[in-house]
Ligand binder design. Structure first.
Ligand code: JD8
Length: 249
């Protein structure tokens, strides 16, 4: 899969994609990420990307011309674009389902806005979709683009070393994760739950299901409406709800 990210802060985006799982996937050729400096697509001596808003008001707005030129250049260079994403607080909520949909595409372009936002004609004329990573205010689209690339890339073959990890990821299953422990078995008087050191694989699996369900019921009950649970999970959930109603945890 190929990603092109258009930004006025290429170094910030380059630094982030160069590390960790993403950095390794790029080095191994499992995905291709190109970071493009929006200023390279300006036509004036001062490489200006912003201007004052028509109608007045605070702040600046990203001009349409450099963004149009950037996308046209990417298309010329790389061929057909499957999606041109504009990140913005007005976008459709980005979630695991959206990540799965995007992971089935071959070539995705992400436009990072800045300042007060981008000229509306970018949204209408060059972006094919608008996504938001959540209900909070960022200073620009770079972190949103990185969130999208990270979540989508994990779903591409060969990006995560062990694909059992991807299958086990909490949102892939629609539940929150169970608690994890490593050595030492006792740390500052806190012990690892004995079942995990027991070696009883079926009991461990049941304990993990129960803890994942307990946390989800407590913290994100909304997720349970869409989670696809097996027979054992449904039984555990019934029992947890019964106990919950009786006032216990
Ligand atoms: C792109 C400019 C900042 C936004 C005035 C300060 C996404 N979930 C999200 N929250 N925020 C963004 C986001 C914010 C952006 C830009 C994405 C470009 N800003 C603006 C409007 C109010 N400021 C985002 N995805």
């Amino acid at each position: 899969m190929q990603f092109d990210i258009v930004t006025i802060f290429p170094a910030m985006v380059e630094a982030a994609v160069g590390e960790g799982v993403l950095g390794r996937a790029i080095a191994a050729g499992a995905i291709d990420v190109r970071v493009r400096d929006l200023r390279d697509y300006t036509a004036d001596r001062h490489r200006v990307v912003d201007d004052v808003p028509y109608g007045g008001g605070p702040g600046m707005v990203l001009k349409p011309e450099p963004l149009f030129r950037a996308v046209e250049a990417i298309e010329t260079e790389r061929g057909r674009l499957d999606s041109v994403i504009l990140t913005s607080p007005q976008g459709r909520p980005f979630d695991q389902r959206e990540a799965e949909r995007l992971s089935r595409l071959e070539h995705v372009v992400i436009l990072c806005g800045r300042y007060e936002g981008v000229d509306e004609r970018v949204r209408e004329g060059v972006a094919t979709e608008e996504l938001s990573i959540g209900d909070y205010v960022l200073s620009g689209g770079e972190f949103a683009a990185l969130v999208i690339v990270d979540a989508v890339a994990r779903l591409c073959p060969g990006v995560v070393g062990d694909d059992r990890s991807v299958a086990a990821d909490s949102f892939a299953r629609g539940l929150l994760d169970y608690p994890h422990y490593t050595r030492p078995a006792e740390f500052r008087s806190r012990s690892v739950p004995p079942v995990l050191v027991s070696g009883h694989h079926a009991e461990i699996a049941r304990w993990r299901k129960r803890e994942a369900l307990r946390r989800t019921l407590e913290r994100r009950p909304d997720l349970l409406e869409r989670a696809d649970l097996d027979a054992e999970e449904l039984e555990i959930l019934r029992e947890l709800r019964e106990r919950h109603e009786k006032g216990a945890v």
